[in-house]
Design a protein around this ligand. Structure first.
Ligand SMILES: Cc1ncc(C[n+]2csc(CCOP(=O)(O)OP(=O)(O)O)c2C)c(N)n1
Ligand SMILES: [Mg+2]
Length: 194
């Protein structure tokens, strides 16, 4: 019987909360819904919206965190993560203090129409931990915020698997991909601390 506790977090509210916690972080967002939601919450120079290919979100985040002192938070999708699970070994290898990985697990390819992924059959936390990445799973917006604050405060990279319902939004990043990449690069380069 349900105890009234939400079984899923609200992806939009979680995106807002993580921006409250890390307002200056570079956010590398998975193509599609993760980027649409982020653009709707706050379009900012430090949003590195991905476009074109699944499976690149975490690799791009690792690369950015390696070459910069900025905090980098990756907003990954479950389908995209399934395409790049091996990257978790690289995340563990570097175990960067300035990298956090969030996975919006909606059990679907939401961006392309909601086809089911194999996510329900996969223990993402177990896979990450066996690769050497600290990981946790959350099912509510408040639990997400707590886990995100802990991830930021803890040494090394943590991965948070956040169970969400698929979001349907008309929000979109306003600009084209080369401009997005340049905008992120310039925002980081202009940082006097860099
Ligand atoms: C390599 C590759 N295969 C397929 C696609 C088509 N495609 C674009 S978004 C998407 C779904 C992504 O699913 P997920 O990562 O779970 O994110 P969600 O859409 O659920 O937010 C698919 C299949 C693609 N862009 N790249
Ligand atoms: Mg998905």
């Amino acid at each position: 019987m349900s105890d009234g506790t939400p079984k899923t977090a609200d992806q939009t509210a979680c995106t807002r909360r993580l921006l409250d916690v890390t307002p200056d972080a570079v956010l590398v967002s998975n193509l599609g819904v993760a980027s649409y939601v982020l653009a709707g919450v706050a379009d900012r120079e430090r949003n590195f919206y991905q476009w074109g290919s699944m499976g690149v979100t975490i690799p791009v985040g690792v690369g950015l965190a390696l070459v910069s002192d900025e905090h980098v938070t990756v907003l990954e999708g479950d389908g995209s993560l399934l395409m790049s699970l091996g990257e978790l070994t690289t995340v563990a290898q570097h175990n960067l203090d300035n990298l956090t990985v969030v996975v919006w697990d909606n059990e679907t390819y939401a961006t392309t129409g909601g086809q089911p992924t194999r996510s329900p059959a996969v223990d993402f936390v177990g896979v990450a931990e066996s690769c050497g990445v600290h990981a946790t799973e959350v099912h509510s917006t408040n639990a997400f915020e707590t886990a995100y604050r802990n991830a930021i405060a803890t040494d090394g990279t943590s991965m948070i698997v956040c169970r969400v319902d698929p979001v349907d939004t008309d929000d979109r990043p306003p600009i084209d991909y080369p401009t997005i990449a340049r905008r992120v690069r310039d925002a980081i380069a202009d940082d006097p601390d860099q």
